[in-house]
Design a protein around this ligand. Structure first.
Ligand code: CA
Length: 416
């Protein structure tokens, strides 16, 4: 699909994250109330304002009168498509409504971004083969790197919706119970092995009550965001057996402020990698369910030095979000509008394509060194910035950025 030209020239530039083909959805404010907005070029279109003015009609009642896109999601795929069609008509080059729409544009640099939707529930998976192999090799040796179930089901755990925050929110280094392999007993201390995980988050836009197929699951997905699953490795190592991560992953999970709708990613579908063992029929996909999305992790230290520490691609995942969602429902587990599914850490096959410091620095044994920065794990004041984009013919579908800065641990977390 070629670039759809907009009457905003900034949206037609090849390096722009937000051309008319993208139309990502967010929630913004410029000092007053929170509004539903759509990114176009270097501007945010006030979609709530458009609806109030009668230029955007999505139902019999207002849909964008709340600061979040959940109401739109609940209306289903036909309305999702109608929204994109109407916005495309209003913003297309030489659109007759240009003068009516222009007053609803706000410069992006002057706006604050907020959570784009209300997270109903949050589940995180462990579905990247390179990541699972790296972590498994570190903890169990190369022979037993993948757990016996790994090639048969996308492993996941139920996380906390309450811990999901929007890009830009600071993240406080957590305290927790820690016991190293050589320690006689556990102690309560700030995490010394605080880490990031580069992931993609899939947003469920339709509810289910009973098992769904992979194809049905794919159609239930509303869109995607970048996701950083902040992880305290030392807390995790002590607490995780036998039920998986708990407090190590509960401090915060950051997401990018713009929801990239599934429709915008359609031209960039790719297949999952070859299967080592065939999946059971209920997890087999009938078509390409991943996307070709180049991903990047930047680390900026407290003194402003910035380096790219990893480059990878979402197509490296072994299981797609549709497969994860289908698996999630096999028991009859009801899914809700606004559920968020973390893909699992997205690592590639090479050393510089690993999506966590745990892997990049091999558990602290091989600290990364780049541009004067040496790191095994995150230091106070470090900012992590995730970026992602597909490359089209003369345009890109960008995700924007997902940022978070690590604040020092409190001196005493129980001080009142
Ligand atoms: Ca994770």
């Amino acid at each position: 699909m070629p670039l759809i030209r907009a009457w905003l020239e900034a949206a037609n530039q090849p390096e722009c994250d937000f051309p008319l083909n993208n139309l990502p959805l967010g929630v913004f404010s410029t000092g007053g109330t929170y509004r539903c907005g759509v990114a176009i070029g270097d501007q945010i279109l006030d979609a709530t304002g458009l609806e109030e003015a009668g230029l955007l009609r999505l139902g019999d009642m207002p849909v964008l009168d709340q600061p979040g896109w959940n109401k739109l999601m609940a209306l289903g795929p036909a309305v999702w498509a109608a929204l994109r069609a109407r916005l495309t008509d209003l913003l297309r080059e030489a659109a007759p409504e240009q003068d009516q729409v222009a007053p609803f544009l706000h410069p992006m640099h002057g706006a604050r971004m907020h959570m784009p939707f209300t997270v109903a529930e949050f589940t995180d998976f462990y579905a990247g083969r390179h990541h699972a192999t790296n972590v498994g090799t570190m903890f169990r040796g190369a022979e037993n790197a993948l757990p016996p179930n790994w090639l048969h089901i996308p492993i996941g755990y139920n996380g906390r919706a309450s811990s999901v925050v929007v890009s830009g929110s600071p993240v406080r280094r957590p305290w927790g119970q820690i016991k190293g392999p050589d320690d006689a007993k556990p102690r309560f201390a700030p995490s010394a092995r605080f880490d990031l995980e580069l992931e993609l988050g899939a947003i469920v836009g339709q509810a289910s009550n009973g098992p769904v197929t992979v194809a049905e699951a794919d159609q239930m997905i509303f869109g995607y965001v970048l996701l950083n699953d902040w992880s305290a490795r030392d807390i995790q190592a002590w607490e995780y057996q036998p039920l998986g991560p708990f407090q190590a992953k509960a401090t915060a999970t950051s997401i990018s402020p713009w929801i990239i709708m599934r429709a915008a990613l359609e031209p960039f579908r790719v297949s999952t990698p070859a299967r080592e063992v065939p999946l059971l029929p209920h997890l087999q996909e009938r078509g390409p369910m991943l996307y070709d999305i180049a991903l990047q992790v930047d680390l900026t230290s407290h003194d402003g030095q910035s380096v790219t520490i990893a480059r990878t691609n979402y197509r490296e995942m072994y299981y797609s979000s549709a497969q994860q969602l289908a698996h999630h429902t096999t028991s009859g587990c009801p899914m809700r509008v606004g559920d968020l599914l973390g893909s699992g850490t997205i690592s590639g096959p090479t050393k510089d394509s690993r999506g966590s410091l745990l892997e990049l620095g091999w558990g602290g044994k091989e600290p990364i060194q780049a541009g004067g920065i040496t790191r095994s794990f995150l230091e106070d004041g470090d900012t992590i910035t995730l970026r992602g984009a597909t490359q089209g013919d003369g345009y890109r579908i960008g995700f924007g950025t997902c940022e978070g800065t690590v604040l020092p641990a409190l001196t005493d977390p129980y001080e009142r």
